[in-house]
Ligand binder design. Structure first.
Ligand SMILES: [Zn+2]
Length: 138
């Protein structure tokens, strides 16, 4: 159940920022979830809701966005999205979703043909932004 561990990490991070910013009300939190990060959003949400019962912010401030997987060529710096890469069959695509390292077996840089490229985005979970209420009336 890595969803719960991730939910806990997200909640702890938001809570720390909340404390550090004068406990201003949390209006919205944008969470970026890598396309290659295998997360059951539903399980993740349930985890969040459970953890939030004792926190000063609700689950409806959380917004999720899927970050598309992209690669960058180390030879020519060309960047491309996994979904844009032509010449990949369904099975190859699926293999890369489960094992991103397999990309090196099935793909080459679309510009220069180099097999030397790096997975740039699409893995892991990150907090993209947090909006806090203005503290003007203080
Ligand atoms: Zn290249």
């Amino acid at each position: 159940m890595h969803e719960w561990a991730l939910a806990e990490a997200v909640v702890s991070t938001v809570d720390r920022l909340y404390q550090e910013n004068g406990r201003r009300k949390v209006l919205s939190v944008k969470v970026l979830i890598g396309e290659l990060q295998h997360i059951e959003l539903e399980v993740f949400s349930v985890g969040l809701q459970n953890l939030l019962s004792e926190r000063p912010f609700d689950s409806d401030v959380f917004h999720f966005e899927i970050e598309k997987a992209s690669f960058r060529c180390n030879a020519c710096t060309r960047e491309w999205l996994l979904e844009q890469h032509t010449g990949l069959g369904e099975e190859e695509r699926e293999a890369i979703h489960f094992l991103p390292e397999a990309a090196h077996v099935y793909m080459r840089c679309p510009s220069c043909g180099s097999p030397d490229f790096t997975l740039e985005r699409g893995r892991g979970v990150s907090i993209q932004s947090i909006d806090l209420e203005d503290n003007r009336q203080g």
